[in-house]
Design a protein around this ligand. Structure first.
Ligand code: TMP
Ligand code: ASP
Length: 241
């Protein structure tokens, strides 16, 4: 049972429910890249990302990470707690790939000495620019104290996710999370964690292109996108928490 549409994003739609504290998040098959310059669909992506996010958020909750996940209510829908999402994309990188290679001239696949946390301003009109702690304070996107908490939370989540994906025979190259604030001011992991928002490389394959199991297959037109998403879902659902 869904109420009125609150917000439609590129990959999900948020609906109200009868309970003002609970929202319904519906995952779509639509895929975009490069700030929606590239558009398409990935067969069953909604189901994969809903199932993977449900599983991972429940796993992280067992590790003490607060998340907005309540329960999965259909193959493509989950109930989530209503939180105020900070307009910041928090990216954690273990291996250089994607935008950091372009920005800093790093070689794709280079292992970073320690995980790197980056912040991007969630603003489509500006193309989600990279921002520093000082930009966040200046733009009043979050307090200095919240920024410190965001970093700590992101690194903790990275440790749990690395261990989890290792059991799936997948290397967690990098990922993006979004954080919400609840009524009491507590920071809560929100949005999704899926092959759309992570780079995942198959440990059982050596070829650098063939081993890509995430949205980079769509971004770079590598083919077998839906198949890679299905494989990630199967491994995630089979992994022991
Ligand atoms: P990037 O290398 O393009 O900065 O991406 C870093 C990580 O963030 C990668 O795992 C993909 C994810 N990501 C999103 O989830 N949404 C986005 O809009 C972008 C640009 C990246
Ligand atoms: N989701 C983003 C977009 O369309 C970008 C990406 O994931 O590459 O614009």
């Amino acid at each position: 049972m869904s109420g009125t549409k609150l917000y439609e994003g590129k990959a999900k739609i948020l609906f109200t429910t009868d309970d003002p504290n609970i929202l319904l998040s519906r995952y779509k098959d639509d895929a975009t890249a490069f700030n929606a310059l590239k558009k398409g669909t990935i067969t069953k992506k909604g189901e994969v990302n809903c199932a993977v996010t449900s599983h991972i958020f429940q796993y992280l909750a067992t590790k003490g990470i607060p998340t907005h996940f309540i329960k999965q209510v259909s193959p493509t829908e989950m109930q989530v707690a209503a939180v105020k999402i900070l307009p910041i994309e928090v990216v954690v990188r273990n291996i250089a790939a994607g935008s950091i290679c372009k920005r800093l001239g790093l070689e794709q696949g280079k292992q970073l000495q320690q995980p790197l946390v980056e912040f991007f301003y969630k603003n489509d009109d500006l193309g989600d620019p990279l921002i520093t702690d000082d930009h966040i304070a200046m733009l009043e996107l979050a307090t200095i104290d919240q920024v410190a908490q965001l970093k700590q939370m992101a690194l903790e989540i990275n440790q749990h996710l690395q261990a989890f994906f290792d059991r799936c025979n997948l290397t967690l190259v990098d990922f993006k999370i979004e954080i919400g604030v609840d009524a009491s001011g507590k920071l809560i992991l929100a949005d999704e964690i899926s092959p759309d928002t992570c780079r995942l490389w198959d440990n059982t394959i050596a070829d650098p292109t063939a081993r890509i199991m995430d949205k980079d297959r769509f971004r770079q037109d590598l083919g077998n996108v839906a198949e890679a998403y299905q494989e990630v879902m199967q491994r995630v659902l089979a992994a022991i928490g």
